[in-house]
Design a protein around this ligand. Structure first.
Ligand code: HEM
Length: 392
């Protein structure tokens, strides 16, 4: 029997965890015929196969695109221009330009923004009997951080945060006549204006730095702002929502964190592993090669299922359990190799602030509805997580 692993319906229930476990135990490499994705593609699941595909020396490229739907015959037209779908020297140029704005060095500046945002989230949670975390909480923090990184002026921030929430699934009621795709287009339109302003009046922000370099066209600056926008929002908000899911599914975790704050950093890693919001990344083989005994031909697409590898029991005993102090925890949630997440330090900072404030204020998280997963093969995320909080 062949299975189309691009089918988003496969990812709307917990059954996917059993499917991956079976594939990993049998060391499977699965070929999906052309279907939802226009050409066929290989899938790999185990930690070792996924690491092999993404390793710096592996003969694979991201330039045709890095997600299902793209391949050698249907390339992403941002390939070779946008950071995440560029390789070689241009990738290095972009990484050097964008990296400093997303690095740990930004932590001191961002800390006060984060503290305030988390404080407001907690106040809001306290004011409601029950809350849908996927809509009301998850999107807020990442959107604020991305605004900060891109240098969106304070007076325009609230509007952009709301648009971002709407574009990436938060459904702001004030935009009820706008589809999420239109909201994303509105954001790009806003960036276009911001770029024009920064051309005249540069500031200490990412947009100004990309312009000042002189090697990027205005369109390239726009495309790369979009990379940071999507990279920063699509994934982090589901990790944040997923942290609440973990506290709900594993009672006592918040107490453990409160008693031993030193557990917080390890718990942040466990949140990223357990939630694995980036479900897959795709690569195209640049020459005939072999992965875990499977021959891959030049030009064929290979999908590395990060969310499966992060539940590989050979690396993670009791992989479905959320273990706050899990060590070692060599998860692949941020990918690995040359495209390892450039925003990982910021994502960690966001999660750390949330976990420490929540552990101080809350005893537990209780379900108030069924967990609803997004219908997506790309983002392992939540369309709804209705909970109420047991406050201290
Ligand atoms: C790349 C996951 C947060 C910006 C990646 C990749 C993954 C990932 C798996 C690798 C893509 C590939 O190999 O093709 C995550 C997760 C996050 C997160 C799980 C949160 C829990 C962020 C944040 C930002 C960001 C907060 C920025 C504000 C980027 C960028 C890249 C990237 C710019 C491209 C790096 C490159 O191609 O060199 N992310 N990400 N990410 N991420 Fe993240």
């Amino acid at each position: 029997m062949t299975i189309d692993l691009a089918n988003p319906d496969l990812y709307t229930t917990d059954a996917r965890f059993d499917m991956w476990q079976e594939y990993i135990r049998s060391d499977a490499k699965v070929w999906s015929e052309p279907g939802i994705s226009p050409s066929g593609f290989w899938s790999v699941f185990s930690h070792s196969d996924v690491s092999a595909v993404l390793s710096p020396k592996a003969p694979f490229t991201s330039e045709y695109g890095m997600m299902l739907g793209f391949d050698a015959e249907h390339p992403d037209n941002s390939g070779g221009r946008m950071l995440v779908v560029s390789d070689g020297s241009w990738h290095s140029v972009l990484k050097r330009l964008i990296g400093p704005f997303l690095s740990r060095l930004r932590a001191p500046e961002l800390q006060s923004v984060l503290q305030q945002e988390v404080k407001e989230i907690i106040e809001r949670l306290r004011s409601e009997d029950s809350t849908d975390i996927a809509l009301g909480v998850g999107p807020r923090l990442p959107a604020a951080v991305v605004c900060e990184v891109l240098g969106v002026p304070l007076s325009e921030r609230e509007q952009l945060i709301e648009l971002t929430n709407h574009a990436f699934g938060g459904e702001e009621s004030s935009f009820d006549k706008m589809t999420p795709a239109v909201a994303h287009a509105e954001i790009l339109f806003y960036f276009h204006e911001l770029i024009e302003r920064r051309q005249k009046e540069p500031g200490p922000d990412l947009v100004s730095a990309l312009l000042a370099d002189g090697r990027l066209s205005t369109e390239d600056v726009l495309i790369n702002c979009d990379n940071v926008l999507i990279g920063g929002n699509e994934t982090t908000r589901h990790s944040i929502t997923g942290a609440f899911h973990a506290f709900q599914a594993f009672p006592g975790t918040l107490d453990a964190l409160r008693c031993d704050p030193a557990l917080t950093d390890r718990s942040v890693e466990e949140v990223v592993r357990w939630t694995s919001p980036a479900a897959h990344v795709l690569r195209v083989a640049t020459e005939d090669c072999e992965i875990g005994g499977q021959e891959i031909r030049e030009g064929q697409a290979v999908v590395a299922w990060l969310s499966a590898a992060n539940r590989d029991e050979r690396l993670f005993p009791e992989p479905h359990h959320f273990v706050p102090g899990r060590t070692p925890n060599r998860h692949l949630g941020f990918g690995t190799g040359p495209h390892h997440c450039l925003g990982a330090a910021l994502a960690r900072l966001e999660l750390r602030e949330l976990l420490s404030q929540l552990a101080t204020e809350a005893r537990g998280v209780e379900p108030r509805g069924t967990v609803r997963w997004m219908r997506s093969n790309l983002v392992q995320g939540y369309s709804s997580l209705q909970v109420s909080i047991d406050w201290r």
